[in-house]
Each structure stands twice: as C-alpha cells, then as structure tokens.
Write a protein that binds this ligand. Structure first.
Ligand SMILES: Nc1ncnc2c1ncn2[C@@H]1O[C@H](COP(=O)(O)OP(=O)(O)OP(=O)(O)O)[C@@H](O)[C@H]1O
Ligand SMILES: [Zn+2]
Length: 817
C-alpha cells in the first residue's frame, strides 16, 4: 500500500523539518505553502507549514497524522521558503525560528494562544454561523479563551478555521495586541462670526466693547488675517496679541468669535508645496538617470545623497517606473522613520497602491497586507515597511529600496532569526531578479566599500533640494566654556543665544542628547557609593519626573533614596545628564516656550511618536529634546537650529563602530536643520573640538571619515575585511559559565585556523541575574564561510552534549554589528 507524507516546518526553535502522514485525498489537495495544524509534543497543536510532499516514510520516528488542513491555497511561496532556509543557514539559526519570526502571529494560531473579543465592533449575530456564535457567546461571559477551550465548546477538533473567520470579521483578536486608536491631531482655530462680515455690525461691535484688551484682540485678528491668508489658530492669535486664552474664550462665550477644528495634516504649512505632479530638480534628475543606468549592469546601487537632498522623491520616480511595469516594490525603512509623514508622502503619489507593514500594526492589519501581497493585489503593489516586511509573500518583486541603509535597527538582535534586513534584501532581490537601491546620507562603511570597489553602483548627490546650503556647524569647547563660566546648567551661552535668536524669528529648535532619563547616576558625596541594579551590572539611572532610579536593561526601579544605602549620608548628588534634565533646564530658561521630549520614555504607546511629530510639525512645540530617535529621516521645514548637547559620550563606546556611528548620528541630527529655504545652524558642544570625527562632521567630510575608518578596520581585522560571529553564553552560575565558555573557546581555537577571541566579559557582565561571556570569531574574506560555519555548528552541538554545560544558553550572532 502506498503511504503519503508531507514535510513541514514547526514554529518552534528547531532546526529540523518534520514528516506527517496524510491520506491520498489530502495528498492531492495539499500544496507546498499551505498551513496544516499538526499535533506536536504532548497534546499540543501547532500551525505548521508544508514545504514538501513525498512518499518516504521517516526512519527515526513514526509519522503522526495531521490534524487538519488550514488553507485552500498556499499562503507562502517558494521564493519565501528558499529565502528562509538561506536565512537559517547564513545566520546560523533554526528554520523554525525563521518561520515563527516571518509569519504574522494571527497566521500561527497554536493551542496556547489567548483569544478575546474585539472592543467595539458591532456584531450582527444573525450573520454568524452556529460555531461562530458559540464562541462569540462564550466571550460575552469570559474575557479570554484558549484554543483548547474552543475545542471543548464546539466539541470538535477543527476549530482554527472558525477562529480565523472571526478574526477576519474583526470580532475577536489575539491577546498580545495593543489596542490604541490614533486620532489625527485636531488644531483649534478661531474666526469671527458671520454677522461681523458686515461692516456696520463690526463697527457696532467694536464700539460696544468696553475692554481695551478685547478690542485689541479683534484688531490683531484682522491684521493676522490680512498677513497670513490662512486659518488662524488660537495659539497664533494669543501669541501675536500677547494675551491669554482666557480673553479669547470670553469672546467665544459672547458669541463674537467661534472656534472650529481642522485636522492637522489637511493644513498646509509649506509655502512652496508642489502638487501631485512631481518635478525633479536638475541634480535629482541626474541622479535618477544614473541609477537607472547603473541598474543595467549592477544588482545593487547606493544613492549617497546628503541630508535633505530629496532622496525620497527620487525613490518615488523609480517606484513609478516599476509599478507601471506591473512589478511589486518593497520600501524598507527603520521602524521609527515609518511615520505618517512619509507614508502620507507616498500615498499622495500612489494612492491605494501603498500598503504599510510594521510591528505596531495590529494582527488583523498585518494579515490583510499579507493576503494582498500574496494575491499580487494592486492595493499592495508597493509595500512600505520595517525589516519584517521582507518576509511577505512577494512573487513579482521588481525593486527593493532600503532607505537609511546605515541604520543599525535593520539588524535584528533578539530573538533569532538575527538577520540583517539590508543584506537579506539583497539575497531576496537576487531570487526575483529585482534591483536594490540603498540610500543614505551617511552610508555604512561596508556598503560604501562595496560601492567604491565596484560591487555596487554608486550615485552621489551633493546638494540639498532647493539648493539650500548645508547647515553651518559651530563647535563650542566645553572645557573653555566652563572655565570662563559661560555655562547655564548644561547650556553654553553660545547655544542659549542661538536659541533666543531662533525664537525671535519664530523658528524651531532640536536638541540632541544621546541619553534618556534625568542623569545617568546618583552618587553619594560622602562614600562615593552609586546605586546599582540588583539584577544587572549597571548603575541605575535617575528619572526625576517619577522620582525613581531605573535600570535601562531590565526595567528594575526603585524610589529615589533619601540617603545612601551604604553610609546613610544624605549628600546624594546626580552626575551626568540625560534628555529629561535638558528639558527641565531649558524650561527654566524659557518658561513661555513649549518644550517636549522624544525618547523611549515618551514614545511607548502605539502612536505617541506620531503625536509628538505632529505637534512639532504643527509648530505647537517650540523645542524638541531627544535621543537618536531624532536622527531618522524626519523632515521639518521650520527648524533653523540643532544643538548637540554633548558629542563626546558617543565617541567613547567600546565598539569598533563607535566613530562611524558618532559621525552618522551627528551628521543625521545636524541634517534636520535648515531644510526648507534658509541655511540652518548647528551647535556642537564638546570637550574635544579637535577630535577627527568632530572635525569630519563639521566639514561634512564623509570620505575623510570613511578612509580613516577603513584603514583602522583593515589593520585591526574588522569588516569589511573580516566577517564576525559572536557567541554569547549566559548562566546564573558564574563559575559554571566561566568554565563552560573556556571549554568552548578552547575547542573552537583548536579546530579553526582563524582568529578566535575571548572568552570576554562584556561591558555589562550581568543582566537579569544572568552572567554573560562572549567569544568572537573573525573570518577573513577569503575563507570558506559556509565551511567555517559548519565547523562552528558541529562544535556547538558537541558543547550541548557535555552534561554539565547543558544549562548554559548559547546564542549565535552572525554579522552582529
Ligand atoms: N522634486 C521635488 N519637488 C518638491 N519638493 C521636493 C523635491 N525633492 C525634495 N523635495 C522636498 O525637499 C525636502 C527634503 O527631501 P527628502 O526628505 O526626500 O530628503 P532626504 O534626501 O530623504 O533627506 P534625509 O537623508 O535627511 O532624510 C522634503 O521636504 C521634500 O518634500
Ligand atoms: Zn537591571
């Protein structure tokens, strides 16, 4: 008798695929790329992916039968399956990790998933099937259900399709989702009531008003109206008239003014806005032609365009061409840059052909995009997304754009798969015979190396759009300023003067400080004790607003102590400074100004980032103080000044990329200044004004930075000349970890003929009570990478077999930088 089998991937951290038994009917029905529910382990059900159909009975175990088939058509294609296996092999992780990371979790239901009712959907009960109704009803009485509960309720095994249907109807959701609605910002505007359009009414009104202040306000209103020729916000009016909102409100109450609201993004602040028809400048057009030309013989090209050179508009033109050929386009961006701002710019050109995909989207939204891409639907012909968009079921890609390609967030660090989206995009493009365009004002050293050595095409754009000059950068020597007492808190008087000047012209300011919280540490002046995290080897950061000490690694927090835990002295002082302190100091110097902070602490909610961006764009916020979040391709037209509060702490990170990253970060932040018409200004406060990197930033000398760094990389065996693999070992038992990592190091050392370094205790040697050791392997460009990885994998497998080390967790990170 013939037996029929399928080969599947299970969404668990397992390197093997598994064989299941199917009937002959199922065998003819199933295709590669469909999902099947399968039993695995002790009575657990998982959503597995079919990658092969065959008739070879497994020899090591008896094949179980599948539970049920979940799809009518494949939802994953061969391009993806091949790409996922490539990722597993290149990044040395399990195929199950890749599958799990690649699929939206709504497509991976498993027996433990918690299901709950969607908050406000109106449900027409008569339209539900019996099974659907039973689940719906159960959720009226219970806040959540497991898949197993649903099996019991329906008294059948095949429940996943019903659950999927309810998800599609938006009646239920999976529990891990964040449910927060984004309401576009409404701005309050003011106008005189209609009857005062008539002059006699207006004169009568002015005569009747007793209060000079009120009269003045109305006169100011007219003056503004004549000047601005656009809606007048309450804020603008009170500012110009130098009066309080109370007076405005009094006039509203008296039925003289009326208030109305407009959605922020409908108001156009940009003076030289061009309508949908897009004309490239001469320089942009030239770059565009060069890119198309370079695509003729290069798979990958780099667009190296200075900040605000208008790279986005060039991308749009390139996308237009591919879309008209009927091809799919993927536009990858760092998560944080995926603002409504950019999405708006693209949808304006391509209307409903644009789909957006990133981690803050709900499960339902993600499944919808997945299905649209899979069906090659026009509504998802262009996908803008963060790195995970790379896993969507594209079957006809023509172009992949990786914007801000130097951003380290393209590399996934945890959990596996620890892939680099830029590099994985190049591999995917190859399979589709699609082209890749990398874009950046500050390319990574590796990419620039590939571009100058002829592997990639290189297109350079040196001028800003509108021929605006690059910002003028002024260095302030902090040592000198402190010595001459020209400092107010952490602000040099030069910076304060420039801020005052910007305010006087109604221009906005961005201040950059690469550290959140109020100050890094609290120190006892008597005994020198600095409170430490009990679970990690780091000192706690002081957050003034919450009056807390917090650990930035594990989230541990405690109320700020009033006296030292060691010597009981009450002389505790803060050292160093973060964004919170800058915000507070500035608020003291400029009490009337609206100062907001943008860092991890203020942007946790689904749309909190957007809200701050909107407020700033809207000019309701005068100063934005923030961490590197500010450096991600944001486009504001009224920022004339950028201040970098302290350039030095970035430079001294223990990392081979510290100088490259400092250059990128400062150049990018500086690039937010003066983007519309006028040349912007940047003040960099530093103790090292003569430091090469600071000089390179000041002179906008990317090549200088590149050449110097490349030289260092060469002599110290770093990328692009060497590829690095880092092994991280963790255990709660310090001695065991020490022994185990030494064992692993020695075996690697004996079996590899390339540099193996370590085992090293990293700068933070313990996190969440686990001690950490790292081992680094350096592979020269000319070694067989696949062969070396195989050897490493074998050694790791044997490490796992040593019984006393079995509890040591080892993670592998390929190209971890
Ligand atoms: N051809 C064009 N027509 C009209 N406006 C343009 C054009 N090209 C660019 N701009 C405007 O110039 C500004 C800068 O462009 P863009 O944001 O694309 O720069 P960028 O090169 O991506 O800069 P960064 O690297 O700093 O993010 C934007 O406000 C954009 O709308
Ligand atoms: Zn901690």
């Amino acid at each position: 008798m013939n037996a029929f089998f399928i080969e599947v991937i299970i969404p668990l951290s397992l390197s093997k695929t598994f064989t299941y038994k199917v009937s002959e009917n199922e065998f003819t029905y199933i295709d590669v790329g469909m999902r099947v529910a399968v039993p695995f382990g002790k009575n657990k059900i998982y959503t597995a992916l079919v990658i092969d159909l065959h008739q070879n009975e497994p020899t090591l175990y008896e094949a179980k039968e599948i539970h049920q088939i979940l799809d009518e058509k494949p939802i994953v294609n061969d391009f993806q399956i091949n790409h996922w296996f490539w990722i597993a092999s290149y990044y040395m992780c399990n195929i199950g990790d890749v599958y799990r990371g690649a699929m939206p979790s709504a497509l991976l239901l498993e027996s433990e998933t918690l299901i709950s009712k969607t908050a406000e959907t109106f449900v027409n009960e008569t339209e539900l099937s019996d099974d659907e109704f039973l689940i719906y009803e159960a959720l009226q009485n219970q806040s959540s259900l497991k898949v197993q509960n649903i099996v019991d309720i329906l008294n059948k095994k095949t429940v996943l399709p019903v659950i999927q249907k309810l998800i599609n109807k938006n009646i239920i959701t999976l529990q891990e989702e964040i449910q927060e609605e984004y309401k576009p910002k409404l701005v309050k505007y003011i106008r005189l009531r209609k009857q005062y359009d008539q002059e006699e009414n207006l004169i009568a009104l002015l005569d009747s008003l007793q209060s000079e202040k009120r009269k003045n306000l109305i006169l100011q209103y007219f003056q503004l109206q004549a000047q601005e020729k656009k809606p007048i916000s309450v804020k603008l009016l009170t500012e110009t008239a130098q009066t309080s909102t109370a007076i405005v409100k009094a006039l509203v109450d008296k039925q003289i003014f009326e208030e109305y609201f407009i959605k922020e993004d409908r108001v156009n602040f940009e003076k030289n806005k061009i309508d949908n028809e897009l004309t490239l400048s001469i320089a942009q057009q030239k770059a565009f032609d060069e890119i198309e030309k370079s695509f003729e013989d290069k798979e990958v090209s780099l667009l190296h365009g200075v900040t605000s050179s208008g790279k986005t508009e060039i991308y749009i033109k390139l996308i237009e061409n591919r879309v008209s050929e009927g091809k799919q386009v993927l536009y990858l961006l760092p998560e944080i840059a995926l603002t409504t701002q950019l999405v708006g710019r693209l949808t304006k050109h391509f209307g409903n052909k644009v789909a957006v995909f990133h981690s803050k989207y709900s499960n339902n939204e993600r499944v919808e995009v997945w299905n649209n891409v899979n069906q090659n639907s026009e509504t998802a012909q262009i996908v803008i997304g963060a790195r995970s968009a790379l896993f969507l079921p594209f079957n006809n890609l023509g172009l992949l754009i990786v914007d801000e390609e130097h951003e380290q967030t393209f590399k996934q660090q945890d959990p596996a798969p620890r892939y680099h989206a830029r590099d994985a995009a190049i591999v995917l493009a190859n399979a589709h015979q699609a082209k890749v365009l990398l874009g950046s004002a500050t390319p990574s050293i590796e990419t620039y190396y590939n571009a100058t050595s002829g592997k990639f095409g290189l297109i350079t754009l040196k001028e800003r759009f509108g021929k605006v000059k690059m910002p003028e950068i002024e260095l302030v020597d902090l040592k000198d300023s402190y010595f001459r007492k020209k400092m107010i808190g952490h602000f040099s008087t030069t910076l304060i003067d420039e801020i005052t000047e910007a305010f006087s012209k109604n221009e906005q300011v961005i201040l950059f400080q690469n550290r959140r919280g109020f100050s890094p540490v609290l120190e006892c002046l008597t005994c020198g004790h600095v409170p430490q995290c009990p679970q990690c080897d780091v000192s706690l950061t002081y957050h003034k607003y919450k009056n807390q000490l917090r650990c930035h690694y594990c989230g541990y927090n405690m109320a700020k102590p009033t006296n030292c835990h060691v010597c009981s002295s009450i002389d505790m002082q803060t050292k160093g400074f973060g964004t919170e302190q800058i915000e507070l100091e500035l608020a003291e110097i400029f009490p009337q100004k609206n100062i907001k902070r943008m860092d991890q602490d203020t942007t946790r909610g689904k749309y909190s980032f957007e809200k701050i961006i909107d407020g700033f764009k809207n000019r309701e916020i005068d100063v934005l103080v923030g961490t590197q979040m500010l450096a991600k391709g944001l486009d504001f037209d009224n920022v004339s000044l950028v201040g970098i509060m302290n350039a030095d702490n970035m430079l001294y990170h223990p990392d081979f990329r510290a100088f490259e990253r400092s250059f990128q970060m400062m150049t990018q932040v500086a690039g937010r200044s003066g983007r519309a018409e006028k040349r912007g200004k940047v003040i960099i406060q530093t103790y090292n004004p003569l430091h090469n990197v600071i000089q390179q930033v000041t002179n906008n000398d990317y090549e200088g930075m590149y050449n110097e760094q490349l030289y260092e990389r060469k002599i110290y065996y770093y990328p692009p000349f060497y590829r690095l693999i880092r092994l991280t070992l963790k255990h709660r038992d310090f001695e065991k970890l020490k022994e185990g990592s030494m064992w692993l190091y020695q075996v690697l050392q004996q079996n590899l003929t390339i540099p193996v370094l370590g085992p090293e205790e990293p700068a933070i040697g313990r996190i969440r009570n686990e001690y950490i050791r790292t081992i680094m392997i350096k592979m020269p460009g000319d070694t067989s990478i696949q062969g070396t990885k195989k050897t490493i994998q074998k050694i790791l497998n044997s490490f796992d077999l040593v019984s006393q080390y079995r509890t040591i967790k080892v993670t592998v990170n390929v190209d971890f930088y």
